[in-house]
Design a protein around this ligand. Structure first.
Ligand SMILES: Nc1ncnc2c1ncn2[C@@H]1O[C@H](COP(=O)(O)OP(=O)(O)OP(=O)(O)O)[C@@H](O)[C@H]1O
Ligand SMILES: Cc1ncc(CO)c(N)n1
Length: 270
């Protein structure tokens, strides 16, 4: 069985972070493992507390996996500070893990900071050059490139800047776009641009969309897909998960990680 490791924070509400990643790995039939970087007290209304691990705790978890089980792909999510980013980068290199998806998580939907701003340069310098894929949303890409992104041309330019930082493939997500009818993601592999367009679903239950999407890319890479195929599958996975989103809590409910497999099963049975 193929394996994937998520290095990310815990979301007590279960819709984002490590919980979303492990549910997604399971649904896509990949064995999921985790290295926890922080505990958050969080629900559909927002983040109420952030309790980071020490870098040593993160290193020990990576070591436990690296010295015994190994992994076919790795995803990073919330990393919180520069010490954790540096520790993760050193250990990705040490264990020769090169199927790496970096989701540069910065700010939760309610506005809480999941990454200290002084850690941005560590992410640019140490982590991004190790990434096979980076999956920023538009505000994250603006921070990482230092440019404002409004037009389709801006998106292509931002992708090129991220490529110049050493990332092999950039998936610039369109969930935060103002386009009312479509959600368009852009892939740049250093040569070509590809767009992935889906119908925008009018819903408030979008907690964890970014984590789920990047975890699905990671699972597909673990199974041997190339980046283009992995993004196509992840887009279908997140579309189903948002369409069948779960209206629990008083704020942004989670997406439904089981929706994609349920649909496949129904298609097979009919
Ligand atoms: N309302 C929507 N309808 C359809 N697709 C969406 C919608 N919102 C987001 N997506 C898709 O979900 C994926 C995640 O994109 P998004 O830009 O929301 O990530 P994110 O901002 O990192 O998520 P999060 O808010 O969880 O951190 C992308 O493929 C995007 O196109
Ligand atoms: C722990 C965690 N990671 C990532 C996100 C971004 O959605 C979140 N809200 N919480």
């Amino acid at each position: 069985m193929k394996m994937a490791l998520t290095i990310a924070g815990s979301d007590s509400g279960g819709g984002a972070g490590i919980q979303a990643d492990l549910k997604t790995f399971q649904e896509l039939e990949v064995f999921g493992m985790s290295a926890l970087t922080a505990v958050t007290a969080q629900n559909t209304l927002g983040v109420h507390g952030v309790y980071p691990m020490t870098a040593e705790v993160v290193i020990e978890q990576m070591k436990a996996i690296g010295e015994d089980m190994g992994t076919d792909a790795v995803k990073t999510g919330m990393l919180f500070n520069a010490e954790i980013i540096e520790a993760v980068s050193v250990n990705l290199t040490k264990y020769h893990w090169d199927n790496v998806v970096v989701d540069p998580v910065m700010i939760a939907k309610g506005g809480a900071s999941l990454l200290q701003m002084e850690a941005i340069s560590a992410m640019q310098k140490f982590l991004l050059p190790l990434a096979k894929v980076v999956t920023p949303n538009i505000p994250e890409a603006e921070v990482l490139t230092g440019m404002s992104i409004r037009t389709a041309e801006d998106k292509r330019e931002a992708a090129k800047k991220l490529h110049a930082l050493g990332v092999q493939n950039i998936v610039l997500k369109g969930g935060h776009d103002e386009n009312p009818s479509e959600s368009i993601d852009l892939l740049f592999d250093g040569k070509e641009f590809y767009t992935f367009t889906s119908k925008r679903i009018p819903t408030k239950n979008t907690h964890g969309t970014g984590c789920t999407f990047s975890a699905a890319i990671t699972a597909e890479l673990a199974k041997g897909a190339d980046v283009y195929q992995a993004v196509i599958k992840a887009k279908d996975f997140i579309q189903a998960a948002i369409e069948d989103g779960i209206a629990i809590g008083q704020g942004h409910g989670p997406t439904n990680h089981g929706a994609y497999r349920k649909r496949i099963m129904e298609m097979v049975q009919s």
